[in-house]
Design a protein around this ligand. Sequence first.
Ligand SMILES: C=CC1=C(C)c2cc3[nH]c(cc4nc(cc5[nH]c(cc1n2)c(C)c5CCC(=O)O)C(CCC(=O)O)=C4C)c(C)c3C=C
Ligand SMILES: [Fe+2]
Ligand SMILES: [Fe+2]
Length: 339
Amino acid sequence: MTKDVARVGILLLNLGGPDSLEAVRPFLFNLFSDREIIRLGPSFLQKPLAYLISTLRHKKTESYYKLIEGKSPILEITQRQAKALEKVLNDSLLTIHNSRSFKVFIGMRYWHPLIEEVVPEIHHQGIKRVLALGLYPHYSVATTGSSFSKMKDVVSRFPIDVFTISSWYDNPLYIDSLVESIKKGLDNFGTSASNLHPLSNDVHILFSAHSLPKKFIEEGDPYLEHIRGTINEITKRIKITWDLSFQSKSGPVEWLEPSTDEMIKELAGRGVKNLLVVPISFVSDHIETLYEIDILYKRMAESLGMRLRRTESLNASPLFISALSGIVKKGVEEAGWAE
Ligand SMILES: C=CC1=C(C)c2cc3[nH]c(cc4nc(cc5[nH]c(cc1n2)c(C)c5CCC(=O)O)C(CCC(=O)O)=C4C)c(C)c3C=C
Ligand SMILES: [Fe+2]
Ligand SMILES: [Fe+2]
């Protein structure tokens, strides 16, 4: 008899990003239409205001994407993660059931392949069990929460059972993969900054998380607690001097502080000369690593007499894919789909 686990689909959820400059405006419209990420007045005004903001903002956003090859790399990286994860999961199952049992899908919140496009596809493939995993280690209503709401809404139209994994900020292999990338970043500093010893305390670490309006935290969002949880696990394994700051705020409300640009200035004032920035809330490269950190903050640091480097994003690193595989397998067991 075929094991039921043979029918499990893994749905990787992420934000998505524009795949061309023409896609920037409709991508922004989709994002600003979502009341879970941003509330623009009463609900009947959400779409008109989303239209207005995307019209006013798209040129500025396009200018950032022009600096990173005219599009977001997020889909291509998520596809690599999906392919690697499917292989690792099925290779490990081969030894147990002699059948290929997992199929990994991608569902993006604001740009193609959209969640509402992929769920019907999963149904057409005859899959009745879906394990949904947000590619956000730290839960926020604005990110994972919004993707889950959209997915549950679409899935309710199909005979599909869903099991969700909402956060994995302290998963040991995920922490290992971050520690690996920090050690690599420190080593690279050692070789590129002459007379600096690898792992030297002379390199200060700055964890830079995506900012979030403070109101979310006040309403019980665990995002900040999760970010601190990840850092806490990292510092149990590696001795570093560090700070935490928040980047990419994008509206006139109060956001988490300090901002990464303020923090860079403060660290320059404290005499820090070598700064390794760790983009802590992203597992893939996108505009906030490739433009904001690599171009904007690097330039700012240089003008303050500081060397700034960034740790490599986890992307499809083997250790990170093992972490995802472990998270999925644990989820399959918790869902009761393993036997
Ligand atoms: C409108 C408010 C926003 C909140 C709140 C927010 C939270 C948030 N976002 C990410 C991760 C990503 N954001 C990305 C792009 C992006 N985000 C916002 C707005 C908010 N994000 C905008 C307007 C944009 C578009 C770019 C721009 O115009 O500045 C992306 C994708 C970018 C890509 O290139 O692929 C990601 C990923 C997190 C983790 C988060 C809160 C925890
Ligand atoms: Fe964002
Ligand atoms: Fe952002």
